[in-house]
Design a protein around this ligand. Sequence first.
Ligand SMILES: NC(=O)c1ccc[n+]([C@@H]2O[C@H](COP(=O)([O-])OP(=O)(O)OC[C@H]3O[C@@H](n4cnc5c(N)ncnc54)[C@H](O)[C@@H]3O)[C@@H](O)[C@H]2O)c1
Length: 254
Amino acid sequence: MKGGEMLQGKVAIVTGAAKGMGEAHAREFAKQHAAVVLTDVDTENGTRVAREISSSGGKAIFVAHDVVDEESWINVIGEAERALGCVNVLINNAGILIRKTIESFSLVDFKRLYDVNVGGTFLGCKLIVPSMRRAGGGSIVNVSSVSGIVANMPGMSGYSATKGAIRMLTKAAAVDLWQYRIRVNSIHPGTIRTPLNEDYFSDPEQTRLILGSTIMARPGKCSEVAAALTFLASDGSSYMTGAELVVDGGMIAV
Ligand SMILES: NC(=O)c1ccc[n+]([C@@H]2O[C@H](COP(=O)([O-])OP(=O)(O)OC[C@H]3O[C@@H](n4cnc5c(N)ncnc54)[C@H](O)[C@@H]3O)[C@@H](O)[C@H]2O)c1
């Protein structure tokens, strides 16, 4: 497996790693010599991706995981420690998107979005602490979105609320956790083409609306977010905590 050594010696958990950006992050982390624990509710794809990483020379395992469930988190962290050692990187990437304008958004949908996106991130930040303390510190990166900073398209009220909550949860957790040498940052991708938003791109008018305000006028690639995330996970970002890193081709700059 060719790659750098930015994450040499790190044990990293990536949630939602069966596809989309999480898969790209897990693959890049393994290339950068991290031992990676891929987790997801999608066990079939998660197992396949972990197997592919291992067979190309990387170190990876898959553990089935539902981020809304505390017991499931305890199992993932236990499996990670048993197989690979104490965890020093956690990427809270798993997330869902439900797009409906606010008047048609049900409370049931809102609560589900909140449970997965915010509840899952909260549980990860909380439950990883003992393992990271045993590791002597660590880096947590919470995947928010440009929708956690601006509201620039319709139908995003529930999603934006969760991503804004993740942004502030990150800063508050950074305050609490530096005493253990744990850094906590958020990353804010713009429009990245993944299974989550494939429906946007089936409609040219919708695509034009979304990308019209982006300086680079194209969607991002998963690998472009993975590169920024690798930096936040690595010791190269040692003076960053409570920070937000925007990776959006210039979408919210204008
Ligand atoms: N795609 C974009 O344009 C974009 C932009 C900004 C932020 N994001 C965020 O990036 C993250 C990844 O998005 P993506 O586009 O790769 O999505 P995706 O749908 O391609 O992948 C998300 C993964 O999370 C998993 N998942 C969903 N619910 C889960 C749960 N309860 N427990 C464990 N795993 C669960 C899914 O099975 C899937 O494998 C999400 O947090 C998303 O909100 C995406």
